[in-house]
Design a protein around this ligand. Structure first.
Ligand code: NAD
Ligand code: MG
Length: 354
């Protein structure tokens, strides 16, 4: 397996699984945390390594160090490994997904942003979703017919229990405290704004070719997805909130390995479900416009990345994130994307605009 984003939350979990199953790791790539990268190099002895910036190169303890996007793509060309785990965060992950697709590699895709911004250009790619909800949907859909509608679940994020009026004054440290999942900073903020669930709706649209898809909140994150059938029955996929299960489903060919202990339903006192409040999570109100015109993905994603970065640097307030995204969307709403180059062009334009 080739692991891009090896020092992140998904990357680290994937390497734990690789060690467990003695899966060969031919390449490691990351954007930062060279200390951890060096430990991973020592442990997995990959053939190739790639880092984001030239200035860190002398710190990496490996003979074959590549740099930047060019380096990532070179590794995909040179490695005879047929499986890429793409766990880079954000738009920065897109080119690697496109390249791996071009080379006919199997892609265990954690980088949902690839589908959000360029799903139309990844049709026919051999993608196995790492996102837990989509991993759950894949399992539910397999060999089932007469499916009517798909549902994914949201935790509600860090502010699920907060009153709307109190969101104005929340701190960065509060936003980074996800109640159930331990994830990278960007996706943790995306969970608090519900941008993550909005993206996952589009991700599901591209993966499963349906617009019959919705989401609701299950605050314990034990229920990941549901499949509703024509006959009125619904099946549901439960598991503990630990990404190792979804990663294992994507990178191993067997589904028999026990990754997590099953849930004890008798001990589970209660499960509650809630509608996603559009007042509290205004970005989720974009769901229908987005499903109508999935090519808006590049606009919404770029605006969201800019605003989340600003919030992480404490240069704006929490509620400004959704305001900025809505402002950019208003400005670029008329845009239609038909060529892959336009994805890169509009990603840049939106960033400049904001
Ligand atoms: P993270 O911030 O913990 O890790 C991101 C990794 O990407 C790091 O290793 C970082 O160094 C690397 N990286 C960033 N920019 C890079 C660049 N330009 N070139 C090379 N490497 C670069 O993020 P994460 O939580 O592991 O999430 C990774 C992806 O998986 C995201 O797209 C996220 O939406 C998705 N995802 C994560 C979870 C989760 O539980 N963490 C769940 C579902 C989906
Ligand atoms: Mg998810």
């Amino acid at each position: 397996m080739i692991v891009f984003g090896s020092t992140g939350s998904i990357g680290v979990n994937a390497l734990k699984l690789a060690a467990l199953k003695k899966l060969r790791v031919s390449a490691l790539a990351c954007g930062g945390n060279i200390k951890l990268l060096n430990e991973q190099i020592e442990r997995f002895k990959p053939e190739f390594v790639c880092i984001k910036e030239q200035k860190d190169r002398h710190l990496v303890k490996h003979k074959n160090v590549f740099v930047g996007q060019e380096g990532l793509e070179k590794i995909l060309e040179l490695s005879d490994d047929t499986l890429l785990l793409n766990a880079i965060v954000g738009f920065a992950g897109l080119k690697s997904t496109l390249k791996a697709h071009k080379l006919h590699k199997k892609i265990a895709l954690a980088n949902k942003e690839s589908l959000v911004v360029a799903g139309e250009f990844l049709k026919g790619a051999n993608i196995i979703p790492v996102d837990s909800e989509h991993s759950a949907l894949s399992a539910l859909i397999q060999a089932r017919q007469n499916i009517k509608k798909l549902y994914i679940c949201a935790s509600g994020g860090a502010f699920f229990k907060f009153k709307i009026k109190n969101l104005k004054s929340v701190k960065l440290s509060d936003a980074l405290k996800h109640p159930n999942w331990s994830m990278g900073a960007k996706i943790t903020i995306d969970s608090a704004t519900m941008a993550n669930k909005l993206f996952e709706i589009i991700e599901a649209y591209h993966l499963f070719a349906t617009k019959e898809i919705d989401a609701f909140i299950e605050p314990k994150s034990l229920l990941h997805a549901l499949c509703e059938f024509q006959n009125g029955a619904t099946s549901a996929y439960f598991s503990k909130p630990d990404m190792k299960l979804a990663i294992a489903e994507a990178i191993f060919d067997t589904h028999e390995l026990e990754i997590l202990p099953p849930l004890d339903f008798v001990k589970l006192s209660s499960l509650k479900f809630h509608k996603i409040s559009l007042k509290k999570y205004p970005l989720f109100a974009l769901k229908n416009i987005f499903l109508e015109k999935p090519s808006l993905g590049v606009i919404i994603n770029a605006a969201n990345e800019v605003m989340v970065e600003r919030f992480l640097k404490q240069k704006c307030e929490f509620l400004d994130i959704s305001k900025g995204v809505l402002r950019a969307l208003e400005h670029f709403e008329g845009v239609t994307i038909t060529e892959l180059e336009e994805v890169f062009e509009y990603d840049r334009k939106v960033r400049e605009y904001l």
